[in-house]
Ligand binder design. Structure first.
Ligand code: DGL
Length: 275
């Protein structure tokens, strides 16, 4: 059986990357809705329709579980998908809770980076309201990072000036923790580290989602059933272009390199939430 992954684009591979470490022996189907990326700058109604259409396609492929590897899609349709399908549907949401907990007792603040749509959704406001009574959380959309990731543009000389411009109105010394609340953003952790003061922690929800998925499939006895194969789809069309497939491999390697570099930084945490 195959585990389905869904995102508007290549962001979801940052979640699959963590899942592959825990469960290298499953089969995976990764669906990127590249005809409609970016979701974060569209209306909720428009995005909802795209997601339902894409998930209809994925559901026909005989999957054992579906991971909505997209914070934006999770905030809009996770409950609806759970009520429509019999297989388990896991999502990802900005890791605000661990970020607030980690920075407890400190004067410094938490900055949540996500898409505009995620940040304007009720689900996000409810989450922040629930776990941040001290009002220490600020939020900022960074739509340019989604576009850069989709263009496979990760060069620091391009990304750092963009980040500096978008963050110019904030006093970065006030933040102890930054939440990467969009699955496209972990690709840019190297540039982000150069823009924020040393010692700032970056947290994403992908490890939490990966652990949750493993636990879920483990209890159903559905682990180690495949060959480690990954099939990629772009808006319903299977990817067979070897140049593109090797670019996807390159993304996993990029994430490995950044993770190894970050492991040398004391006090780092990328533990996050799953839902
Ligand atoms: N990767 C997605 C997320 O986690 C959405 C990016 C987009 O399409 O704007 O929110």
């Amino acid at each position: 059986m195959t585990i389905g992954f869904f995102d508007s684009g290549i962001g979801g591979l940052t979640v699959l990357h963590q899942v592959l470490k825990l469960m290298p022996q499953e089969d995976y189907l990764f669906y990127a809705d590249t005809d409609h990326v970016p979701y974060g700058e569209k209306t909720k109604e428009e995005v909802r329709a795209y997601i339902l259409q894409a998930v209809e396609f994925i559901a026909r492929q005989d999957i054992t579980a579906l991971v909505i590897a997209c914070n934006t899609a999770t905030s809009i349709v996770i409950e609806e998908l759970r009520s429509r399908y019999t297989f388990p549907v896991l999502g990802i949401e900005p890791a605000v809770k661990p970020a607030v907990e980690q920075s407890e007792g400190q004067q410094q603040r938490v900055l949540v980076l996500a898409t505009r749509l995620t940040l304007q959704e009720k689900k996000y406001h409810d989450l922040v309201h629930r776990i941040d009574p001290g009002e220490r959380v600020d939020s900022l959309p960074l739509p340019g990072l989604v576009q850069y990731a989709e263009q496979f543009e990760f060069r620091e000389e391009k990304i750092i000036p963009y980040l500096q411009k978008e963050l110019a109105h904030l006093n970065l010394a006030r933040y102890s923790t930054v939440v990467l609340g969009c699955t496209h953003f972990p690709y840019f952790e190297d540039s982000l580290r150069k823009v924020f003061p040393p010692g700032v922690k970056f947290i994403s929800g992908s490890r939490g989602t990966a652990r949750h998925l493993k636990q879920l499939l483990g209890t159903k006895g559905e682990i180690n059933q495949g060959t480690g194969n990954i099939r990629y789809y772009r808006s319903g069309v299977e990817v067979d272009d070897s140049a593109l497939l090797s670019k996807y491999d390159g993304l996993f390697k990029r994430l490995d390199v950044m993770e190894a570099a970050a492991a040398d930084i004391p006090d780092r945490s990328s533990e996050g939430e799953f839902i």
